[in-house]
Design a protein around this ligand. Sequence first.
Ligand code: GLN
Length: 267
Amino acid sequence: MKKIFSTILAGITVFFFCFMTASCSNSNEKCLVMATDADFPPFEYLDENRNIVGFDVEVAEAVSEKLGMTLKIESIAFDDIIDEIENGKYDFGMAGLTVNEERKAQVMFSDTYATGIQSIVVKDGSEYTELDDFFDGFDESGNPIAAKTNITIGVQKGTTGDTYASAEPVDWGFGEENVNKYDTGEKAIQSLAEGKVTAVIIDSEPAKSFVDKYAGLKILETPYANESYAICVNKKNTELLGKINNALDELKTDGKLEEIYNKYIAR
Ligand code: GLN
Protein backbone atom coordinates (compact mmCIF):
# COMPACT_ATOMS: atom_id res chain seq x y z
CA MET A 1 0.00 0.00 0.00
CA LYS A 2 2.82 2.31 1.02
CA LYS A 3 4.57 1.51 -2.27
CA ILE A 4 1.45 2.31 -4.33
CA PHE A 5 1.12 5.59 -2.46
CA SER A 6 4.73 6.61 -3.10
CA THR A 7 4.43 5.61 -6.78
CA ILE A 8 1.34 7.81 -7.14
CA LEU A 9 3.13 10.63 -5.33
CA ALA A 10 6.15 10.30 -7.62
CA GLY A 11 3.82 10.33 -10.64
CA ILE A 12 2.11 13.48 -9.43
CA THR A 13 5.48 15.14 -8.78
CA VAL A 14 6.71 14.31 -12.29
CA PHE A 15 3.40 15.56 -13.74
CA PHE A 16 3.69 18.89 -11.98
CA PHE A 17 7.39 19.24 -12.73
CA CYS A 18 6.68 18.78 -16.45
CA PHE A 19 4.04 21.46 -16.42
CA MET A 20 5.73 23.93 -14.16
CA THR A 21 9.12 24.12 -15.81
CA ALA A 22 9.78 24.26 -19.47
CA SER A 23 12.69 21.92 -20.11
CA CYS A 24 14.27 19.50 -22.57
CA SER A 25 12.52 16.18 -23.13
CA ASN A 26 15.85 14.35 -23.00
CA SER A 27 17.74 15.00 -19.77
CA ASN A 28 21.15 14.58 -21.49
CA GLU A 29 20.38 17.37 -23.92
CA LYS A 30 21.60 20.86 -23.02
CA CYS A 31 18.64 23.09 -23.71
CA LEU A 32 17.87 26.78 -23.71
CA VAL A 33 14.18 27.53 -23.37
CA MET A 34 13.00 30.80 -24.89
CA ALA A 35 9.71 32.47 -24.02
CA THR A 36 8.09 34.52 -26.75
CA ASP A 37 4.66 35.50 -28.06
CA ALA A 38 4.43 34.21 -31.63
CA ASP A 39 2.05 36.92 -32.73
CA PHE A 40 4.51 39.59 -33.73
CA PRO A 41 5.61 39.33 -37.38
CA PRO A 42 8.34 39.49 -38.65
CA PHE A 43 10.00 38.90 -35.26
CA GLU A 44 8.01 35.79 -34.26
CA TYR A 45 4.94 34.31 -35.90
CA LEU A 46 3.48 30.99 -36.99
CA ASP A 47 4.20 29.79 -40.52
CA GLU A 48 1.68 27.76 -42.56
CA ASN A 49 2.76 24.59 -40.69
CA ARG A 50 2.22 26.34 -37.35
CA ASN A 51 5.95 26.41 -36.60
CA ILE A 52 7.25 29.47 -34.77
CA VAL A 53 9.53 31.34 -37.19
CA GLY A 54 10.91 34.86 -37.60
CA PHE A 55 13.86 37.18 -37.04
CA ASP A 56 14.07 36.56 -33.27
CA VAL A 57 13.77 32.81 -33.77
CA GLU A 58 16.71 32.70 -36.19
CA VAL A 59 18.84 34.96 -33.99
CA ALA A 60 18.00 32.75 -30.97
CA GLU A 61 18.90 29.63 -32.98
CA ALA A 62 22.24 31.16 -34.00
CA VAL A 63 22.96 32.17 -30.37
CA SER A 64 22.06 28.68 -29.08
CA GLU A 65 24.25 27.09 -31.73
CA LYS A 66 27.21 29.20 -30.59
CA LEU A 67 26.51 28.09 -27.01
CA GLY A 68 26.32 24.42 -28.08
CA MET A 69 22.76 24.14 -26.80
CA THR A 70 19.41 23.08 -28.26
CA LEU A 71 16.79 25.80 -28.52
CA LYS A 72 13.20 25.17 -27.35
CA ILE A 73 10.58 27.86 -27.83
CA GLU A 74 7.34 28.42 -25.95
CA SER A 75 4.76 30.98 -26.99
CA ILE A 76 2.97 32.65 -24.05
CA ALA A 77 1.01 35.88 -23.51
CA PHE A 78 3.28 38.85 -24.20
CA ASP A 79 2.62 40.56 -20.88
CA ASP A 80 3.64 37.39 -18.94
CA ILE A 81 7.12 37.14 -20.49
CA ILE A 82 8.97 39.50 -18.13
CA ASP A 83 7.26 38.00 -15.04
CA GLU A 84 8.03 34.43 -16.09
CA ILE A 85 11.70 35.23 -16.72
CA GLU A 86 11.82 36.86 -13.30
CA ASN A 87 10.21 33.69 -11.84
CA GLY A 88 12.86 31.56 -13.53
CA LYS A 89 10.41 29.53 -15.60
CA TYR A 90 12.27 30.07 -18.90
CA ASP A 91 15.96 30.70 -19.67
CA PHE A 92 15.42 33.83 -21.73
CA GLY A 93 12.74 36.00 -23.28
CA MET A 94 12.89 37.29 -26.84
CA ALA A 95 9.86 38.97 -28.39
CA GLY A 96 10.86 42.23 -30.04
CA LEU A 97 11.25 43.23 -26.40
CA THR A 98 12.04 46.87 -25.81
CA VAL A 99 14.57 47.69 -23.11
CA ASN A 100 13.15 50.05 -20.49
CA GLU A 101 13.80 51.03 -16.88
CA GLU A 102 10.60 49.45 -15.57
CA ARG A 103 11.52 46.06 -17.03
CA LYS A 104 15.13 46.41 -15.85
CA ALA A 105 13.77 46.33 -12.28
CA GLN A 106 12.62 42.73 -12.96
CA VAL A 107 15.10 41.24 -15.48
CA MET A 108 18.49 41.82 -17.09
CA PHE A 109 18.82 42.71 -20.77
CA SER A 110 21.49 41.64 -23.26
CA ASP A 111 23.16 44.05 -25.64
CA THR A 112 20.78 45.41 -28.24
CA TYR A 113 20.38 43.32 -31.40
CA ALA A 114 17.89 45.56 -33.29
CA THR A 115 16.17 48.91 -33.10
CA GLY A 116 12.46 49.56 -33.26
CA ILE A 117 10.08 52.44 -33.81
CA GLN A 118 6.63 52.83 -32.30
CA SER A 119 4.48 53.96 -35.17
CA ILE A 120 0.96 55.23 -35.57
CA VAL A 121 -1.40 53.31 -37.86
CA VAL A 122 -4.63 54.94 -39.09
CA LYS A 123 -7.26 54.25 -41.74
CA ASP A 124 -6.59 55.51 -45.25
CA GLY A 125 -8.11 58.98 -45.60
CA SER A 126 -8.04 59.56 -41.82
CA GLU A 127 -8.23 63.20 -40.70
CA TYR A 128 -5.27 62.36 -38.39
CA THR A 129 -2.17 62.81 -40.52
CA GLU A 130 0.49 63.53 -37.87
CA LEU A 131 0.98 63.12 -34.11
CA ASP A 132 -0.01 66.73 -33.29
CA ASP A 133 -3.48 66.11 -34.78
CA PHE A 134 -4.37 63.87 -31.80
CA PHE A 135 -4.00 66.76 -29.33
CA ASP A 136 -6.01 69.81 -28.44
CA GLY A 137 -3.69 72.72 -27.66
CA PHE A 138 -0.03 72.90 -26.64
CA ASP A 139 1.70 74.68 -23.73
CA GLU A 140 4.54 77.22 -24.17
CA SER A 141 7.16 74.43 -24.20
CA GLY A 142 5.29 72.72 -27.01
CA ASN A 143 3.85 69.83 -24.97
CA PRO A 144 0.20 68.85 -25.46
CA ILE A 145 -2.35 70.15 -22.96
CA ALA A 146 -5.11 67.67 -23.75
CA ALA A 147 -5.96 64.82 -26.11
CA LYS A 148 -8.76 65.40 -28.64
CA THR A 149 -12.03 64.40 -27.01
CA ASN A 150 -13.25 61.94 -29.61
CA ILE A 151 -10.18 59.72 -30.05
CA THR A 152 -9.65 56.08 -29.03
CA ILE A 153 -6.20 54.56 -29.40
CA GLY A 154 -5.70 50.78 -29.76
CA VAL A 155 -2.62 49.08 -28.31
CA GLN A 156 -1.39 45.62 -27.38
CA LYS A 157 -1.70 45.22 -23.61
CA GLY A 158 1.57 45.45 -21.67
CA THR A 159 3.68 46.76 -24.55
CA THR A 160 5.69 49.95 -24.52
CA GLY A 161 3.12 51.27 -27.01
CA ASP A 162 0.54 50.75 -24.25
CA THR A 163 2.74 52.55 -21.69
CA TYR A 164 3.36 55.57 -23.93
CA ALA A 165 -0.22 55.83 -25.18
CA SER A 166 -1.70 55.51 -21.67
CA ALA A 167 0.48 58.35 -20.29
CA GLU A 168 -0.95 61.83 -19.79
CA PRO A 169 -0.99 64.30 -22.71
CA VAL A 170 1.82 66.38 -21.15
CA ASP A 171 4.03 63.29 -21.77
CA TRP A 172 2.59 62.83 -25.28
CA GLY A 173 0.22 60.10 -24.13
CA PHE A 174 -3.51 60.11 -24.88
CA GLY A 175 -4.70 59.36 -21.32
CA GLU A 176 -5.60 55.88 -20.01
CA GLU A 177 -9.32 56.59 -20.59
CA ASN A 178 -8.72 56.97 -24.34
CA VAL A 179 -6.79 53.72 -24.78
CA ASN A 180 -8.29 50.32 -25.73
CA LYS A 181 -6.00 47.41 -24.81
CA TYR A 182 -6.01 44.16 -26.82
CA ASP A 183 -4.32 40.78 -26.22
CA THR A 184 -2.40 41.01 -29.47
CA GLY A 185 -1.30 43.78 -31.82
CA GLU A 186 -3.27 42.12 -34.61
CA LYS A 187 -6.52 42.37 -32.63
CA ALA A 188 -5.87 46.10 -32.19
CA ILE A 189 -5.29 46.40 -35.95
CA GLN A 190 -8.49 44.45 -36.72
CA SER A 191 -10.36 46.85 -34.50
CA LEU A 192 -8.92 49.77 -36.46
CA ALA A 193 -9.88 48.13 -39.76
CA GLU A 194 -13.44 47.81 -38.40
CA GLY A 195 -13.44 51.51 -37.46
CA LYS A 196 -13.66 50.87 -33.70
CA VAL A 197 -10.53 52.87 -32.81
CA THR A 198 -9.00 56.03 -34.28
CA ALA A 199 -5.41 54.77 -34.47
CA VAL A 200 -3.13 51.97 -33.25
CA ILE A 201 0.29 52.46 -31.68
CA ILE A 202 2.50 49.50 -32.53
CA ASP A 203 6.11 48.65 -33.41
CA SER A 204 6.84 49.61 -37.03
CA GLU A 205 7.78 46.17 -38.42
CA PRO A 206 4.61 44.39 -37.23
CA ALA A 207 2.78 47.54 -38.35
CA LYS A 208 4.10 47.00 -41.90
CA SER A 209 3.13 43.30 -41.84
CA PHE A 210 -0.41 44.09 -40.64
CA VAL A 211 -0.90 46.97 -43.06
CA ASP A 212 0.01 44.54 -45.86
CA LYS A 213 -2.53 42.05 -44.51
CA TYR A 214 -5.51 44.35 -43.79
CA ALA A 215 -6.64 46.64 -46.60
CA GLY A 216 -7.34 50.33 -46.10
CA LEU A 217 -4.72 51.12 -43.43
CA LYS A 218 -1.57 53.24 -43.47
CA ILE A 219 1.35 54.13 -41.22
CA LEU A 220 1.86 57.82 -40.42
CA GLU A 221 5.28 59.20 -41.26
CA THR A 222 5.89 60.69 -37.79
CA PRO A 223 7.49 58.05 -35.56
CA TYR A 224 5.92 57.99 -32.09
CA ALA A 225 9.03 56.68 -30.24
CA ASN A 226 12.44 55.10 -30.96
CA GLU A 227 13.45 51.96 -29.07
CA SER A 228 16.05 49.18 -28.74
CA TYR A 229 15.29 45.45 -28.66
CA ALA A 230 17.19 42.98 -26.49
CA ILE A 231 17.03 39.49 -24.97
CA CYS A 232 16.05 39.30 -21.30
CA VAL A 233 17.29 36.81 -18.69
CA ASN A 234 16.73 36.20 -15.00
CA LYS A 235 18.76 38.56 -12.78
CA LYS A 236 20.61 35.60 -11.20
CA ASN A 237 21.77 34.35 -14.59
CA THR A 238 24.77 36.60 -15.23
CA GLU A 239 26.72 33.67 -16.71
CA LEU A 240 24.09 33.06 -19.40
CA LEU A 241 23.85 36.80 -20.10
CA GLY A 242 27.62 36.97 -20.66
CA LYS A 243 27.46 34.02 -23.07
CA ILE A 244 24.52 35.53 -24.96
CA ASN A 245 26.34 38.86 -25.31
CA ASN A 246 29.48 37.12 -26.62
CA ALA A 247 27.38 35.16 -29.12
CA LEU A 248 25.57 38.35 -30.25
CA ASP A 249 28.96 40.06 -30.68
CA GLU A 250 30.15 37.23 -32.90
CA LEU A 251 26.92 37.29 -34.92
CA LYS A 252 27.40 41.04 -35.44
CA THR A 253 30.99 40.66 -36.65
CA ASP A 254 30.58 37.52 -38.76
CA GLY A 255 27.64 39.07 -40.67
CA LYS A 256 25.06 36.47 -39.56
CA LEU A 257 22.88 39.03 -37.75
CA GLU A 258 22.79 41.20 -40.86
CA GLU A 259 21.92 38.18 -43.00
CA ILE A 260 18.93 37.36 -40.76
CA TYR A 261 17.95 41.05 -40.70
CA ASN A 262 17.98 41.17 -44.49
CA LYS A 263 15.83 38.02 -44.69
CA TYR A 264 13.06 39.24 -42.37
CA ILE A 265 13.27 43.00 -41.97
CA ALA A 266 15.04 44.80 -44.82
CA ARG A 267 12.61 43.08 -47.22
N1 GLN B 1 8.45 46.34 -28.45
C1 GLN B 1 7.23 46.29 -27.71
C2 GLN B 1 7.49 46.02 -26.26
O1 GLN B 1 8.54 45.51 -25.91
C3 GLN B 1 6.24 45.27 -28.25
C4 GLN B 1 6.75 43.86 -28.26
C5 GLN B 1 5.70 42.81 -28.62
O2 GLN B 1 4.51 43.09 -28.67
N2 GLN B 1 6.12 41.60 -28.84
O3 GLN B 1 6.68 46.28 -25.43
